[in-house]
Structure formats: structure tokens, C-alpha cells
Design a protein around this ligand. Structure first.
Ligand code: HEM
Length: 535
């Protein structure tokens, strides 16, 4: 066998046409020498192949060991028993059927935790409020929030390096943006009134209005009045660019997440998200430059708006026009669709049962007006509205993976379960917002659930107060600092809507919210019927 194959191999080197002739005169010693060299060559090739295969095998073993090291030992769902591709298959299964998998995980898990795979990596999903209470207290050196957000939204690429790593805007939002809410209320009311007049008008009969887009543009306009003043908040192109940018961030993050790190900067330049970011910077360029040059109000005072507050707080490296523009755009992302999703969920619930909720909510507003005016103080007295918004958040805005944290140093739960460095953890609001030990009849929407003797004076149950079982705004060390602004804005627009309109859904219409991976997305296409109220 060996000989025959050797001969075939030897003849291979003989030019065609001469083979028979040459073979006749070739002495056997030469043939043997050739055979030996070919054998050596084959042996060499075989050993190279063997070395390559061994190297590859070692690589697979090491990567599997590393994978096992950073994989918490908890139940898992969606993973087929096929090493190396199990995580990819599980991620695709999760993408196609996220709610089913989370419910399966809940049923399978013995300790309120299970593992899923997503396109952005594997996560331990916590479904027990006692476990949420444990992990949510951990410092960022152990369970890191910003890295979790950077992963989720690919912030350093989609919104800018500074936004991802120099997060001074968080204290601006927690501080001055919240403190100046009272002063800014008249401006916000003024802008909301104008926006609703423009977008809904005063229809005499019930008229279908696309709720999501109407609210998104109203929220964008009212927020922008506080962020960048009248020059931009009434500029439709600016508002649309800001709203579209937020959506582009979400879509671009999905694409970037699956790329290796070294390709991300380059690919980001080709994605639509950059177009919106550049447009935003063009719009705001002169406005920010004037402020950096020290421009003051007509009355000689420092202006009161987001641009000024950011300039006052920014570290020197961030005090440039492009970076400040980037930061304003990033806060638009944090504000517009988040607020719209929460608000639209509540209004759909109202429009589904107007006979149950419209009059009580409206009467509460009428009873609390101060000299016929909406004021910051009266907004604080609207307990039914507050309960309605909290219940809507509990029921309608329950994502599958809130409060995502990246594990930097080993974290050990009290039952001994370990989250190794490199792993990721989050909590499932869909399960925790419907915990029957905490909420009576959790599967029923009860708009006034948090009003009444049981909850009297209980600050724990205000819409802005986060708990282990209510995380529309997160919880723990990093609750959303913009929640006071967002809720204030929603309440004042809600008051105007209740005072101005009758609201209902057309017979047979129901909102169809969906889950895209871990996010709960409300119906963005449904039309709600509005009619100017006859007093
Ligand atoms: C209804 C509207 C809003 C919702 C549902 C919402 C929700 C959230 C959530 C879930 C988090 C992450 C919390 C965590 O992981 O524990 C967060 C963080 C944040 N939000 Fe909001 N948000 C809203 C409005 C706003 C607004 C209007 C602003 C700005 C004015 C804002 C600025 C921020 C910032 C800066 C963070 C990061 C906080 C940190 O790093 O500690 N949000 N928000």
C-alpha cells in the first residue's frame, strides 16, 4: 500500500509525456531516496497538521474552561446540550420567544435564579425579590451599573466615549434638573398646551389620533423647552432628529454588540446613529458656542437651561461644543422614548376603561387646581393619578431584565450561589411586578391599587419610589435620577389632557405591546379617540 502510493506520488513530479521513459532508466537507489524524502515530507505535514489540531483543541478546552469559570452554576433555559454552539442557539431562542423562556426559567429554577443567553451575552435572571434586595446593594466595584448600560446600549460608540465613561450628567439630572422643576413648571405647561393644540387640536367629535407619536413629540417638545429653550423646542426637524436618534441608538446597539471590539468604531461611522448625532451637533453648535463664550439672559443673568447646567458641571475635557452637544443628545435619548413608553401605557389603560377611570381622575385634578391653575404643589396631591401611573408601570412597563449589572468581583448570594467575575445579572420585572406575595390579584390592572387606607401616607408606593418589586426606574444604588422630571412632565401633560379631552378606544381596539429581547415595547401604532371636552 505504502509503496504503491509512494510511486504515485513520485510520478507526480515527472513531467507528463516523459514518465514512462524516465522510469525505465531511474536507478532503484534514487527511487528509494525519493521515497524517503516524500515520506519525510508527509510525516512533516502530518506533524504540522497534528500540531495545529492539538493547538485548536487546547484553545477549545481553554475557552471552555474560561466559559465554565464565568458561568454561574444555576439552572439554565434555552441551551441545547451541544458544547460551543449552545449559547448561540439559546440566544436565538430567547430572541424569538423571550417571555416563554423567562416563564420556563421561573418554573425550572429552585432558588429564584436562572441563566439565559441573549445577543449581548449570558445573564443570570433573578426572579426572587429577596435576591434582588441582596444584589442591588452591591457597590459598583463588585456589580457595575455603568458597564451594564454601556454593554446594553453600546454607549461609548452610539452616544460617545464621554457619555459612557465620564458620567457627570447623572449628578446634573439628580441635582439642578430636579431642583428647578418648580421654577420650570410654567414653561413646561405653556409648551405642553401649545403642543397639544398643534397635535390634537379641538375635535368636536371623537377623532382617531396616533397616541404614541403624539406623546413622543409632546414629550420631546416639553423636555426641550427646559433643555435648550424655545429656539429648538418648536423646531420640528430638531425634535424629530432627537426622537429618531433615540431609536437609532437602540437599533445600532443591537448591531454593534455582536461585532468584535476592534471593528466597532469603524462600523459605528457607517450606521444611521452617527447621522442623527452629527445633525444634533449642527443644530446646537452656535447655541452652545455662545454659552461657552459667556452669553447671558436679557436680564444679565446666567441662563437656566440644561446646556448651562452641563457647562457648569462638565470636567474641562468635556467642555467643548461637540461633546456638550453629544451630552444633550444623550439626555434626549434618556428622556423621550422612556417617558413616552410609560405615559402611553397609562393612557391606553385609561382609554380601555374610560367609564371607570376618566371621571375620577379628572375630578381629582379639578378638585386640586389652585386658582384654576396647575401648579407643582397640586401635582403632588394627585394620589389617584400617582397610583394610576405606578400601576400602569407595574402592569404595562415590565421588562424582562431590569437593573443589569456586570460582575467585576465575585458576588456571593446568601444561599451560596456565586456570580463569578465576567458574568452578568439582572432582574425580571415581568415576574417581580406580579409577585402574588406582594400584589393582590397581580394579573389584574387596578388603577387605584395604591390609593386608600392600606397605603395611606406610604411613600413606598408613590410612582417615583422604587422597590425590589417595582423597578420601572430601576432600584438600589442607581435608580433613574430623571424620574422626578419624567413623572412631573407626565403628570402635567396628563392634567391638560383630562381637562381638555374625552378619551377612549374605538370598539374592538386593544393595544398590542410586544417584547423585543428583554424590552417591553408598547403599541406604537394604535390610534386613540380624542374629543374636545364639552364643559
Ligand atoms: C419615564 C421615563 C424614564 C424611565 C422609565 C427611566 C428609566 C431608567 C432606568 C430603568 C434606569 C437604569 C436604572 C438601573 O439600572 O438601576 C435609568 C437610568 C438613568 N436615567 Fe432614566 N428613565 C426615565 C427618564 C429619564 C429622564 C427624563 C432622564 C434625564 C433627564 C433620565 C436620565 C437617566 C440617567 C442619567 C440614568 C443613569 C443613572 C446612573 O448612572 O446612576 N431618565 N433610567
Amino acid at each position: 500500500m505504502l509503496d504503491a502510493s509512494l510511486c504515485r506520488h513520485t510520478l507526480h513530479y515527472i513531467p507528463s509525456g516523459e514518465s514512462t521513459k524516465m522510469k525505465q532508466y531511474e536507478p532503484s537507489a534514487i527511487l528509494a531516496a525519493r521515497a524517503r524524502s516524500v515520506l519525510a515530507e508527509i510525516q512533516q505535514q502530518a506533524s504540522v497538521t497534528r500540531a495545529l489540531l492539538t493547538g485548536f483543541l487546547i484553545y477549545l478546552i481553554i475557552s471552555r474552561i474560561q466559559y465554565a469559570r464565568k458561568t454561574p452554576k444555576v439552572a439554565s433555559v434555552g441551551f441545547p446540550p451541544i458544547p460551543f454552539i449552545d449559547s448561540y442557539v439559546a440566544a436565538i431562542r430567547f430572541l424569538l420567544n423571550p417571555v416563554k423562556l423567562v416563564k420556563e426559567g421561573l418554573a425550572k429554577s429552585k432558588n429564584g435564579m436562572f441563566r439565559i443567553a441573549t445577543l449581548q451575552g449570558e445573564y443570570v435572571v433573578v426572579t426572587d425579590r429577596r435576591k434582588v434586595a441582596e444584589y442591588i446593594k452591591a457597590p459598583d466595584s463588585v456589580l457595575n451599573m455603568q458597564e451594564g448600560s454601556n454593554d446594553q446600549q453600546q454607549i461609548p460608540y452610539t452616544m460617545g466615549y464621554g457619555v459612557g465613561y465620564r458620567t457627570y450628567h447623572t449628578s446634573v439630572v439628580r441635582g439642578v434638573v430636579t431642583k428647578e422643576l418648580g421654577i420650570n413648571t410654567p414653561k413646561m405647561l405653556d409648551e405642553a398646551t401649545l403642543a397639544l393644540d398643534d397635535l390634537i387640536g379641538s375635535p368636536e367629535d371623537y377623532t382617531p389620533i396616533g397616541l404614541y407619536d403624539t406623546l413622543a413629540m409632546t414629550v420631546a417638545r416639553v423636555s426641550s423647552r427646559v433643555y435648550v429653550g424655545t429656539e429648538f423646542c418648536r423646531n420640528q426637524e430638531y425634535l424629530k432628529n432627537a426622537a429618531d436618534y433615540a431609536q437609532a441608538v437602540v437599533i445600532s446597539a443591537e448591531i454593534l454588540r455582536i461585532l468584535p471590539e476592534f471593528m466597532k468604531s469603524f462600523v459605528t461611522q457607517l450606521l444611521p446613529v452617527m447621522k442623527y448625532r452629527r445633525n444634533g451637533a449642527k443644530f446646537l453648535h452656535q447655541y452652545i458656542q455662545d454659552r461657552l463664550d459667556g452669553k447671558v439672559d436679557e436680564d444679565g443673568q446666567k441662563p437656566h437651561d440644561l446646556v448651562q447646567w452641563l457647562i457648569d458641571a462638565a470636567p474641562p475635557v468635556e467642555k467643548t461644543v461637540p461633546q456638550l452637544a453629544e451630552r444633550v443628545m444623550a439626555l434626549n435619548v434618556a428622556s423621550i422614548h422612556t417617558t413616552t413608553m410609560v405615559f402611553s401605557g397609562a393612557l391606553y389603560s385609561l382609554a380601555m376603561e374610560p367609564e371607570r377611570y376618566l371621571e375620577p381622575l379628572r375630578q381629582e385634578v379639578l378638585d386640586n387646581l389652585e386658582d384654576n391653575e396647575i401648579t407643582p404643589a397640586m401635582l403632588g396631591k394627585l394620589h389617584k393619578m400617582d397610583s394610576f401611573l405606578r400601576e400602569s408601570g407595574r402592569f404595562n412597563n415590565a421588562g424582562l431584565l431590569a437593573m443589569q449589572r456586570n460582575v467585576k468581583r465575585e458576588f456571593r448570594f446568601s444561599d451560596g450561589t456565586v456570580l463569578p467575575p465576567g458574568s452578568k445579572v439582572g432582574a425580571s420585572s415581568l415576574i417581580l411586578h406580579r409577585d402574588p406575595e406582594v400584589y393582590d390579584d397581580p394579573e389584574i390592572f387596578d388603577g387605584f391599587r395604591f390609593v386608600g387606607s392600606k397605603y395611606q401616607d406610604s411613600k413606598e408606593t408613590l410612582v417615583v419610589n422604587t422597590t425590589n418589586n417595582y423597578h420601572v426606574f430601576g432600584h438600589g444604588r442607581h435608580p433613574c435620577p430623571g424620574r422626578f422630571f419624567a413623572v412631573h412632565e407626565i403628570k402635567l401633560i396628563f392634567c391638560l389632557l383630562l381637562l381638555k379631552y374625552d378619551i377612549k378606544l374605538a370598539p374592538g381596539d386593544v393595544p398590542h405591546g410586544i417584547y423585543i429581547a428583554t424590552m417591553a415595547i408598547p403599541d406604537t401604532g394604535l390610534k386613540v379617540q380624542f374629543r374636545a371636552r364639552k364643559e
